[in-house]
Design a binder for this molecule. Structure first.
Ligand code: ME8
Length: 519
């Protein structure tokens, strides 16, 4: 059995339609899923929607509809966007599904049975936008307004159910200190650690139905629903059929736990790096191997907002994909910024990156290679026939790509991964410049040298497209087909990544430019 690889995205709120930010996390997860499938791992990729809680309840009220109706309406936008972006998730979970709700109750019941949850009195501030109780210190520091949306905090006083978060914090600190990779990037890990060391209160995990009737009912108390974050976080376990409750989903995919990586944005790191692991510890589950919090997208230099007109909505994404290709959109998001850092979406930068990397880089290399093999070797990849010293630069870049690719994606370094591919593109284009096959072709005595060079160019194209495939599945398949290579080959990537696999005699076919230059 191959090693399992379980990647998740946040489950997105259905209070509003998806935008570029949601697509970013989901595309990143898709690239990981596609890469590790190609590498031969047993992959499970989960995404979904978060449909309970105050946010959805209020959004539905504003639209004069039921929260369930709103969920049914908005979920379609997410599902459609994932189709449009060629996302290859294995499961899509909605928190309103029976399989989920019952398991939330089961998890809470387990915690109740273990005395990890108790009844107490909550007295204090509440951030309604974030659905979070706020400590006096934090409330005061922000003038009793939300630190996130600036709206006034609301005073709450009520009996509630509490999870013994404080009890588990020392164990969590120990875990974070022992496992450097648990929270990534490193700067976020330090943030979480120092905040944790200031001490944490127990976590209020229920909401009184008189204030919020929309959620999963507490299994022991019909007056309350489970706090939306406890409900939502447990989706990662529930979708695998855990905990078992005696239905057809039971433990079906239990082998995928613990998750290899929870991909999230930095906005929800605390929930994933503190609440979720402590709950898992208390319930006796292993902790996920990694929580990776990526940065934040702005648009044209500003925070995205519908009123500023810089909101990259689903329609906008569709337009960009129509102008370029959905693969180019996927590529740009991962190429434009370092995954842990913030990024700004600009149409101008999009075009520049496209022209530089894809039209002039990958696309140009592919058409030159196919044209020259066509002209000089009747469209058949030649056998290398002479030692050409300059080839070492290309084989060196190819070997670096093969050995580094997996490591880069193990650490979610999408930018570095793409850089390794582009280094090979540059090496191969540079190789053509210095060896000048178009001149050698005029001299019969140089035929052996020309054979080696064109074989190497063909091989470089094959490798470049093979490694671009997780990011740009369709474009890579198109390019590989033109190179006479089977894009669906199931040989593990480590083998396909070896230099020298392109068979002499493979027929290449002229195609329209893979990435036509944009003016
Ligand atoms: O927080 N830049 O859902 P949500 C980058 N339901 N990423 C962005 C982004 C931006 N401008 N805007 C959104 C929730 N995201 C909860 C999650 S998980 C158990 C529950 C992405 O719809 C990013 O992944 O508000 C962020 O963490 C997520 O969308 C928040 O989605």
């Amino acid at each position: 059995m191959s090693e399992t690889y379980y990647v998740t995205t946040p489950i997105y709120y259905v209070n509003d339609v998806p935008h570029i930010g949601h697509s970013y996390t989901t595309i990143a997860a898709d690239v990981l899923a596609r890469f590790f499938r190609a590498a031969g791992r047993d992959v499970r990729f989960l995404t979904g929607t978060d449909e309970h809680g105050v946010k959805i309840y209020k959004a539905a009220q504003e639209r004069n509809m039921g929260p369930d109706e709103l969920g049914d309406q908005v979920v379609v936008h997410f599902q459609q966007l994932w189709d449009d972006l060629n996302i290859s998730h294995d499961d899509f979970i909605r928190t309103t599904e029976d399989r989920h709700e019952k398991r939330v109750q089961k998890l809470v019941q387990t915690l109740l049975d273990a005395d990890e949850i108790y009844k107490g009195q909550y007295e204090g501030w509440y951030d309604e936008g974030q659905e979070e109780y706020v400590t006096e210190t934090t409330a005061k520091a922000n003038n009793y307004n939300s630190a996130i949306n600036g709206k006034p905090l609301v005073r709450y006083s009520e009996a509630n159910w509490f999870f013994r978060l404080g009890k588990w914090a020392p164990k969590l600190i120990e875990h974070i200190e022992a496992k450097a990779d648990f929270i990534q990037p490193a700067a976020r890990r330090s943030e979480v650690l120092s905040k944790l060391k200031q001490g944490v209160d127990d976590l209020c995990i229920s909401r009184n139905k008189t204030k919020l009737p929309w959620g999963v009912e507490m299994p022991n108390d019909p007056n309350y629903v489970v706090y939306v974050w406890i409900d939502a976080l447990s989706n990662y376990l529930n979708a695998l059929g855990l905990p078992e409750i005696g239905d057809e989903f039971d433990g079906k995919f239990a082998k995928y736990w613990p998750a290899t990586v929870h991909l999230i944005g930095k906005d929800i790191l605390w929930f994933h790096a503190v609440y979720w692991p402590c709950i898992l510890l208390a319930a006796g589950y292993d902790l996920p191997m990694c929580v990776y919090a990526h940065g934040w997208w702005t648009s044209e230099g500003k925070k995205m907002s519908k009123s500023l007109g810089n909101f990259i909505s689903r329609e906008e994404i569709a337009e960009i994909c129509g102008d370029y290709h959905r693969d180019v959109y996927r590529y740009y998001l991962l190429r434009a910024v370092n995954f842990g850092g913030d990024g700004d979406f600009s149409r101008e930068m999009f075009k520049q990156t496209y022209n530089a990397d894809l039209a002039n880089g990958v696309g140009n290399l592919l058409s030159r290679t196919i044209n020259m093999i066509g002209r000089y070797f009747d469209g058949e990849v030649p056998q290398p026939a002479a030692d050409v010293e300059e080839t070492a630069a290309v084989t060196g870049a190819a070997e670096a790509l093969r050995t580094e690719a997996e490591r880069h994606l193990e650490s979610c370094s999408f930018g570095r991964y793409i850089d390794s591919v582009l280094t090979l593109v540059d090496a191969a284009n540079g190789y053509i410049e210095v060896t000048e096959p178009f001149k050698l072709a005029k001299d019969d005595s140089q035929r052996d040298r020309l054979s080696t060079i064109m074989n190497a160019c063909g091989e470089a194209c094959r490798l470049i497209l093979t490694y671009l495939a997780p990011v740009m599945p369709e474009k890579a398949a198109e390019g590989l087909a033109a190179m006479g290579v089977d894009a669906d080959e199931t040989t593990p990537l480590a083998e396909r990544g070896q230099w020298g696999r392109i068979a002499a005699g493979t027929t290449v076919t002229k195609i329209d430019p893979l990435f036509p230059r944009k003016q």
